[in-house]
Design a protein around this ligand. Structure first.
Ligand code: MG
Length: 164
């Protein structure tokens, strides 16, 4: 099997009065992540890790924020589109690992729910999805509860001999 790794990062500002979505899960909080889409920076980091493993640019190139089509779109839909791209190239996700950095809210209690949402979309079992939630020790914009940042790595594989 031909194995590749990809890496992704994203950060979004927290804005009052927006719904908060992270990892495809709506999380009760007075502010949500600003963005052209639903602002789900965990899914955006995962998408960039998958595109990185394919050697294909980034989320902004695939889903430009100038396109009305993507305004307010749930990022789970964007991830499904990227997964269809992998399937067309006969590439499977093997595992995904990620880190959420946020001062507030605390995302740790939602990790199980997030895995349940991502597992069927990524077509991997929950034990092949890593999610760690940590604070930024009060430092910087994330530490002052102004933003949430996420990192992700993805391992993908394609059986030898299958044409891209
Ligand atoms: Mg983003």
């Amino acid at each position: 099997m031909n194995i590749k790794i990809g890496f992704g990062y994203d950060v979004h500002r927290l804005a009052k009065g927006r719904k908060l979505y992270l990892g495809g899960v709506e999380i009760p909080h007075p502010s949500g992540l600003a963005g052209h889409s639903d602002g789900d920076c965990l899914i955006h980091a995962i998408i960039d890790s998958l595109l990185g493993a394919l050697g294909e640019g980034d989320i902004g190139r695939l889903f430009p924020d100038s396109e009305l089509e993507f305004k307010g779109i749930r990022s789970t839909e964007l991830l499904k589109t990227v997964m269809a791209r992998l399937r067309r190239r006969k590439v499977k996700v093997l595992n995904v690992d990620s880190v959420i950095v946020a001062q507030a809210p605390r995302f740790a209690p939602y990790i199980g729910k997030i895995k349940d949402v991502l597992s069927p979309i990524l077509n991997i079992s929950i034990d092949n999805i890593g999610i760690k939630a940590k604070t930024n020790e009060g430092l910087g914009l994330v530490g002052r509860e102004k933003a949430v940042a996420c990192w992700a790595v993805a391992l993908v594989g394609k059986k030898e001999g299958k044409k891209a």
